[in-house]
Design a protein around this ligand. Structure first.
Ligand code: ATP
Length: 331
């Protein structure tokens, strides 16, 4: 049976470039004579039969818009088998021949569950700012999130410098240090704390204070900016700020970037990545591939087993870590 209708949904944390991906899927499908429908609010849309018909006019002028026109959501019910079966029945009732899920590794677990009860292609496309999905060089939204973090850190550095303060900047990452590491390097930060290299709070504090002391004695700097992955420091970043302030006598401030990192117009890298991945996802559906996630290696789209996204941990790039140690003030 040929594929005549593809369903699309966006699930989990939203990421800039999701709309660009929806657009690419819709346009590629249209060229191949395939209809597309967008399910709203993640897996909830499958359960509630809440969907919209997509066509080229619906995705016109969309590539540059952040967020997702399909809305994203968590759907706890989807973790229970009867609801996964209901979703499969609803897809059949709507004559959908393949489903593309744009989201993170939680969303892909849901996709794999659906695949186990539905004998039509379910294809994952990695859309998350955290870049924490193993098997692909990059995920949709990651480059934009770094850019947003860098712009904010550049600004905070000005005020840090003016008042000779230490700033601790908390960025997103969901237990992975990709955003913190790369935004720290791009913004010329003085130190970075990421889960992959974190030992204990006590050891990390001693390391920072030792380096700070020697630098301050040599009067090599007046202010400092340290980038930290969210939820990393036990008790939160204010605890680290208090410890640093009392040990050094320097004014220490905390800046939490939070959800601004998810927003904004996608960068050109994310638009290109989303477009390449979206067009390839349609090919995977047409080729009737099952249990796969679209990924990229050296700008070439590939299909990888979807379970790789949660079974294997993606490591930081060794060379980037090496660079960090050479160029940061506290390295
Ligand atoms: P991000 O990491 O960017 O937040 P994510 O896709 O990992 O994205 P999650 O909140 O982990 O985000 O998952 C999104 C949704 O995927 C859940 O609300 C649920 O609907 C579905 N999901 C997650 N884990 C499972 C699972 N084990 N079984 C079935 N569905 C799941």
């Amino acid at each position: 049976m040929t594929v005549k209708k593809i369903g699309i949904l966006t699930s989990g944390g939203d990421a800039p470039g999701m709309n660009a991906c929806i657009r690419a899927i819709c346009l590629t499908a249209e060229h191949a004579g395939i209809k597309t429908v967008g399910y709203k609010h993640g897996y909830n849309g499958l359960l509630n039969q809440e969907f919209i018909e997509l066509d080229p006019t619906r995705v016109y002028n969309l590539i540059q818009r952040g967020g997702t026109i399909l809305y994203s959501a968590r759907c706890d019910k989807f973790k229970q088998d009867p609801f996964v079966e209901l979703a499969a029945q609803n897809l059949d009732a709507n004559n959908v021949d393949a489903l593309i899920v744009i989201g993170g590794n939680g969303s892909f677990r849901g996709a794999a569950k659906l695949q186990s009860v539905w004998n039509k292609p379910v294809v994952g496309v990695p859309g998350t700012i955290d870049n924490d999905i193993c098997g692909t060089d990059f995920t949709i939204g990651y480059h934009t999130a770094i850019q947003t973090a860098v712009e904010s850190i550049d600004k905070v550095r000005d005020t840090a410098e003016a008042f000779e303060r230490i700033f601790l900047v908390e960025v997103m990452g969901n237990k992975a240090g990709f955003i913190a590491l790369n935004s720290a390097i791009a913004a010329g930060c003085d130190h970075v704390l990421v889960p992959e290299r974190f030992t204990t709070a006590g050891e990390e504090l001693v390391k920072i204070i030792d380096k700070l002391d020697s630098r301050r004695k040599n009067k090599k700097f007046a202010s400092l900016v340290i980038t930290v992955t969210e939820n990393l420091w036990p008790g939160g970043l204010n605890v680290l700020a208090d410890s640093l302030a009392s040990e050094t006598g320097v004014d220490v401030r905390v800046l939490t970037l939070g959800h601004v990192q998810r927003g904004g117009s996608p960068s050109s890298e994310d638009r290109l990545l989303a477009t390449r991945m979206g067009t390839y996802a349609v090919k995977c559906c047409v080729d009737k591939m099952q249990n796969i996630m679209v990924a990229e290696a050296q700008e070439k789209p590939i299909a990888v087993p979807i379970e790789k996204s949660w079974l294997e941990k993606k490591n930081l790039n060794d060379y980037t870590v090496e660079i960090l140690d050479k160029i940061t003030l506290l390295g």
